[in-house]
Design a protein around this ligand. Structure first.
Ligand SMILES: Nc1ncnc2c1ncn2[C@@H]1O[C@H](COP(=O)(O)OP(=O)(O)O)[C@@H](O)[C@H]1O
Ligand SMILES: [Mg+2]
Length: 161
């Protein structure tokens, strides 16, 4: 049996906390352990932050969609936002990072590599590049993405604790 919930939010930082709390409540009410609720809420939160940070929103198309599904012990989240040509370098980085994480047998190694890279960066650089590695390691989730012809990006994370 699949149980799901869908949220839409405006791409603003202060909206993220609300969705984080509602996601946490949804996961907790479906029998996940506290640790798994905590971990997967972080996954959802990192993906939404990326949408808000890298999405290209216009007045007609200015929402982030968050779709969470629970199927047995598997939790899936899809985070969806519009993009345009100006963020194609980011989409390449997204693709490269996801492929790079998959190349490690243990996502912990990817996370440690990222931590080392972060340590070398200047302090004011807010693109830590840690989020996706954190999703793979702490969230124990598999990342994927899909870009539709009408410039809608769908990034997903699937956990199977
Ligand atoms: N939703 C997204 N849309 C476009 N590019 C993205 C998205 N999410 C991630 N990326 C790209 O992947 C890179 C790695 O993401 P992440 O690990 O979360 O690090 P950070 O957000 O700190 O840069 C980002 O720097 C960005 O270039
Ligand atoms: Mg990020």
């Amino acid at each position: 049996m699949t149980r799901s919930i869908k949220f839409t939010l405006k791409p603003r930082w202060n909206e993220i906390e609300k969705i984080r709390n509602r996601s946490r409540r949804f996961l907790a009410s479906h029998g996940l352990s506290d640790d798994n609720v905590q971990a997967f809420t972080m996954v959802i939160s990192e993906l939404i932050e990326n949408s808000v940070k890298y999405g290209k929103f216009e007045t007609s198309n200015n929402e982030v969609i968050v779709d969470i599904q629970i199927n047995g012990k598997t939790v899936t989240v899809e985070v969806i936002n519009p993009v345009d040509e100006t963020v194609y370098t980011h989409l390449k980085a997204l693709d490269k990072t996801i492929q790079w994480i998959r190349g490690f047998q243990d996502p912990f190694e990817a996370y440690v590599e990222r931590l080392k890279a972060v340590a070398k960066k200047p302090l004011d650089d807010d693109d830590s590049g840690l989020g996706l590695a954190r999703i793979a390691y702490e969230g124990q989730a598999i990342l994927d993405f899909f870009l539709s012809e009408d410039h809608i990006l769908n990034v997903s994370a699937v956990s199977n604790p």
